[in-house]
Design a protein around this ligand. Structure first.
Ligand SMILES: *Cc1c(COP(=O)(O)O)cnc(C)c1O
Length: 412
């Protein structure tokens, strides 16, 4: 920061504190990641101020020559990275991207079948608290409570009975792979569109570490700031025949001028995601998630579904007489940041929960490997078990701080 400390010392100080918090804590929130500095430089560029309603070659403001160049570059990189026919890189966020897909091909009141929030779905998939549920008629499929996996027969039965216009696959806290081919078969059996929301796993998909939904879905939405490491923003991928409708629905349908600064960062992120280092990072992200799962299991916690195929695990805390809210607070007090999360069939209230969701992207991005991931499980377990013992918590904090120093997020 060269100018802000002078112009607004108060805000500059808050930013410095946040920088210190990021350096001094272990981020195990599955929906977060550490973005490289190049992403911040892109986001903070002069593109922050350009108005550019419309699309390259067809803007409602003059002076868009370079904005056009930039957006075309981002689009061609997104298409190449994900093997998609068409990419819209303007959505401000994942929710904006989902809204645009719904409104592009559905009428208000149409039927959508999606995964239950309490079983791992997302608010924007028709939760009563989301505007999506006020515009469309949602039904939800859940997990089989024994296997804790998607029950495709149930999805098929519900689809036959409910006759949805669209089926949504994708989740925020589902640690397993989704069979997109099966979902596509179910959707086509009832002439429904298939939307796959791959917000969490886009980085793993980009790196080819887990299967891609792109060949099977009419629409794929994603966020760029989770495993993809590209800073805030959303993207829609679709087949060419849906491209026009998606364009019109993003602008002028649900958004105005795109956040060009975020679009610069998206272009950078797509380039970085094609490089060998990124592939390697995503591979290690998967490896660390397996280490975390095995570690907590060894300590006597139950892992929902018995493990993971992606970057996240759901830990059932009931065997330790713990709830998610207490675990979250205890861990934060020693510098380990996670979020409480409902587990399938959770007997606790959603703000209490019986589980915590743990993701490996953040620690992996700072260079932490399998040995330290295992050490983090020990530290987390020690803190949770000794949550009333200030001396033990103090000792754990010191060890967390030491780990953070050994693996800086941003090298000086
Ligand atoms: C994170 C997430 C989103 C929301 O993205 P925002 O950028 O917060 O709007 C959408 N869908 C799923 C499945 C997510 O996990």
């Amino acid at each position: 920061m060269q100018h802000l400390p002078d112009r607004d010392p108060e805000v500059a100080e808050i930013i410095r504190h946040e920088e210190a918090r990021i350096e001094d804590t272990l981020d195990l929130i599955a929906a977060e990641n550490h973005a490289p500095r190049s992403i911040f430089e892109a986001q903070g560029s002069v593109f922050s101020t350009k108005a550019a309603e419309g699309y390259p070659g067809n803007r409602f403001h003059a002076g868009c020559r370079h904005a056009d160049e930039l957006e075309n570059l981002a689009i061609s990189r997104a298409k190449l990275l994900f093997g998609a026919d068409h990419a819209n890189v303007q959505p401000h966020s994942g929710v904006s991207a989902n809204l645009a897909v719904y409104f592009a091909v559905l009428d208000v009141g149409d039927r959508i079948l999606s995964m239950k929030l309490s079983h791992g779905g997302h608010l924007s998939h028709g939760d009563p608290s989301s505007i999506t549920s006020k515009c469309f008629n949602f039904r939800h499929y859940g997990l089989n409570l024994k296997s804790e996996r998607i029950d495709y027969d149930e999805v098929k039965d519900l689809a036959r009975e409910f006759r949805p216009h669209m089926i949504v696959a994708g989740a925020s806290s589902y640690p397993r792979l989704i069979d997109y081919e099966k979902m596509a078969q179910i959707a086509s059996g009832v002439s429904a569109y298939l939307l796959v929301d791959m917000a969490h796993i886009a980085g793993l998909v980009a790196a080819g570490m887990i299967p891609s939904p792109v060949p099977f879905a009419d629409f794929v939405t994603l966020t760029t700031y989770k495993t993809l490491q590209g800073g805030r923003g959303g993207v829609i991928l679709c087949r060419q025949d849906h491209a026009k409708k998606i364009s019109r629905t993003i602008f002028p349908g649900v958004q105005g001028t795109p956040s060009l600064n975020l679009l610069v960062a998206k272009a950078v992120c797509f380039k970085l995601a094609m490089e060998p280092d990124f592939k390697n990072l995503q591979k290690k992200t998967l490896e660390n998630a397996l280490v975390l799962a095995a570690g907590f299991e060894r300590k006597g916690y139950r892992i929902v579904t018995g493990g993971t195929d992606n970057h996240l695990i759901l830990v059932d805390l009931r065997s330790k007489d713990l709830t998610g809210d207490i675990a979250e607070k205890t861990l934060e007090s020693v510098g380990i940041v996670v979020n409480r999360n409902v587990i399938p069939g959770d007997p606790q209230r959603p703000d209490v929960t019986s589980g915590i969701r743990i993701g490996s992207p953040g620690i992996t991005s700072r260079g932490i490997g399998e040995a330290e991931a295992s050490q983090i499980v020990d530290l987390a377990d020690t803190a949770m078990i000794n949550r009333e013992n200030d001396g033990v918590l103090e000792q754990v904090s010191l060890e967390v701080a030491e780990l953070c120093r050994r693996f800086p997020v941003y090298k000086p």
